[in-house]
Structures are given as structure tokens and as C-alpha cells.
Design a protein around this ligand. Sequence first.
Ligand SMILES: Cc1cc2nc3c(=O)[nH]c(=O)nc-3n(C[C@H](O)[C@H](O)[C@H](O)COP(=O)(O)O)c2cc1C
Length: 189
Amino acid sequence: MAKIALIVGSVRRDRQGIKVARWMEEKLRIRNHMVFFIDPLELNLPLLDRMYKEMTEPSEKMKSLRSKINDAEGYLAVTPEYNRSTSSAMKNTLDYFLEEYFFKPSAIVSYSPGMFGGINASQQLRLIFAELGAPSISSSFTISRVNKVFGEDGKLMDEAYDKRVLKFLEEFEWYIAAFKTQRDKGTPY
Ligand SMILES: Cc1cc2nc3c(=O)[nH]c(=O)nc-3n(C[C@H](O)[C@H](O)[C@H](O)COP(=O)(O)O)c2cc1C
């Protein structure tokens, strides 16, 4: 069992991403993980002014968000693709923190209504996680034609995804455990 921060990347009012995020949350919970569900829409996160560490009097909301990012042993990002990149909401959420991510792995789920499943966004997001000190696992999990894979009610319509996601999560769990073993021995900084 691990503590995993699941970060939602869309704040659009009719976002597809929330269905993907809720489905992933369920998959993680079934595998006994503790999920910190981070939704920038729910949090109503403003565009970054001060990073958390620069805030003199962080709000309770920010303190709670910081605890989740800091306590997480891995980050699972659910990103849309906007103009061949991840979303500004995802980047903005991540930018509030830095050291909190160090030496913990990330895994990226992307989706789009097209056939490429947001792979460009996923590749861009890898670079960001590398900079944050939370390198991404080798596999990417992409969901093409997201509006067909999930029904209006958020129910998974294509059961092949239930199978496909298992290997991805097993790989993520491997990295979480490996990084934890090394963190327990100490980190370079
Ligand atoms: C500003 C904007 C740019 C987009 N650019 C892309 C793109 O580059 N590639 C793509 O596959 N879909 C693109 N789309 C379509 C989105 O993938 C689609 O709207 C998806 O539902 C977005 O996720 P969301 O509903 O969770 O916000 C774009 C949508 C928006 C609003």
C-alpha cells in the first residue's frame, strides 16, 4: 500500500478528465493505495503568485494541499492535451511546490477525443516531472477517444482498459517501492 497523489489536469466545466481521474482513483483504491485526490477546480487554485515555501501565512487549503504533495510516495497525473501540451491547470498546480516531490516517481495518464490519446501532453509532462525531481515511469497510459471509452455517467464502456491498466499500475508500484527503499537509506540532498 502506498500514498499516491492523483492530480487532475482539467478545470473545464464539462471536462472529460474527471471521469478518467475517478476511474483511476478507484483502480488505485482497489489495490489498497491511499489516494490523495487533488482537483484544482475543487480547490479553486489561483494562478501562481507565491510558491508554498514563499507564503508567509498559507491558508488551511494550501497547508492541506502541501501535506498531500509532501506525504505522497508517488504522483499520478491525469492530463488532457491542449495544443500538443499538458494543461496550464496541471502546470499551475505542480508549480506551487518543489522539494516536496524530490526522489518520488510519477506516472502519467493522458487522454483525448482523438486517436493519439494525448501522448504529446504526456511527453511534455515528463519533462516537467523530471525538473521537479519526480521522474516518470517508463510506460505512459494513453486513452484515445475518451468520450467513447467512458459514458456520460463516467462509467467505463471499454473493458479492455481495466486489463490494460494493470501492467501500468504494477510498474508504478514497482517504482514507488524502489524509490522508497532508496529514500529510506538517505537522499543526496
Ligand atoms: C485549448 C484546447 C486545445 C486542445 N488541443 C488539443 C490537442 O493538441 N490535441 C488533442 O488531441 N486534443 C486537443 N484538444 C481537445 C481536448 O483533448 C478535449 O477537449 C478534451 O476533452 C480535453 O480534456 P478535458 O475535457 O478534460 O478538459 C484541445 C482542447 C482545448 C480546449
